[in-house]
Design a protein. Structure first.
Length: 247
């Protein structure tokens, strides 16, 4: 199922982030926190998450505040299927990777849970993190918004750099990781208000392209709109947000 073009434009302009948990997570806690803080905003979620716990999302879809995100074209839908099925080792990972792909399509940050962050770390996809302490709700909302700027500001360059590297036929996985780590080390200055003020991971910079290269399938994504899946996802950890464990 594809998204209507006019709805796609609306969502690209208005989405704040992509809820990206593992299927096994306790969604009520995370979803309730998001709903309370973003009652009048728009948050994306993958259909596989909603289907796994439909009761949690009852009355909270169609912009209240969640939207089930879908690709715009059939070829992009097929690319997302290849992307998620190739990189995943099980159903739970497949849903997370679909969320990650959709976050790139809509140019929004991932709202990660501890379990989804741990999964990406174990898969070797976290290339850099920002550790710190988020002291209150205002600071939480600010940095969730800043994470959106991180994604958008590097989207074009990350896609083009990856595409050029892959097309060169001399691209090595470490080349991509180095490029993205260099960006992350520059970009982390945005988070100066919280950086180094605690030991909790707040922001995670992610790379999957080095995995696609090692698997020999990166060239599948350099043509047409599928190139957007070569961008760099960036996540903010919900578990580091104030009130997430007490609401």
């Amino acid at each position: 199922m594809l998204v209507d073009f006019e709805l796609f434009i609306f969502l690209v302009r208005n989405l704040r982030g992509m809820y990206a948990p593992m299927i096994r997570d306790g969604h009520e806690r995370y979803v309730s926190w998001i709903v309370k803080r973003y009652k009048y905003r728009d948050i994306g979620v993958a259909d596989c998450i909603v289907k796994s716990r439909s009761e949690v999302f009852k009355g909270r879809l169609e912009g209240k505040p969640f939207h089930v995100l879908r690709p715009l074209t059939r070829s992009l839908a097929e690319a997302i299927e290849i992307f998620s099925s190739s990189l995943a080792e099980n159903t739970g990972e497949r849903c997370l990777l679909k969320s990650m792909a959709l976050s790139l399509v809509y140019a929004i940050p991932l709202y990660l849970t501890k379990n989804s962050l741990d999964t990406l770390q174990k898969k070797g996809m976290i290339v850099h993190v920002v550790k710190g302490f988020v002291k209150d709700l205002n600071q939480a909302k600010l940095h969730m918004r800043i994470a959106g700027y991180s994604v958008l500001d590097y989207l074009v360059n990350s896609v083009r750099a990856a595409t050029e590297c892959i097309r060169s036929k001399e691209c090595k996985p470490d080349n991509i990781v180095s490029l993205r780590r260099e960006f992350a080390e520059r970009d982390e200055k945005r988070y100066w208000r919280i950086m180094n003020k605690g030991d909790n991971i707040v922001i995670a910079y992610i790379d999957h392209v080095h995995k696609l290269l090692r698997m020999g399938i990166a060239e599948n994504f350099v043509s047409s709109e599928a190139r957007v899946l070569l961008g760099m996802p960036i996540g903010i950890l919900l578990d580091s947000m104030p009130g997430i464990h007490t609401d």
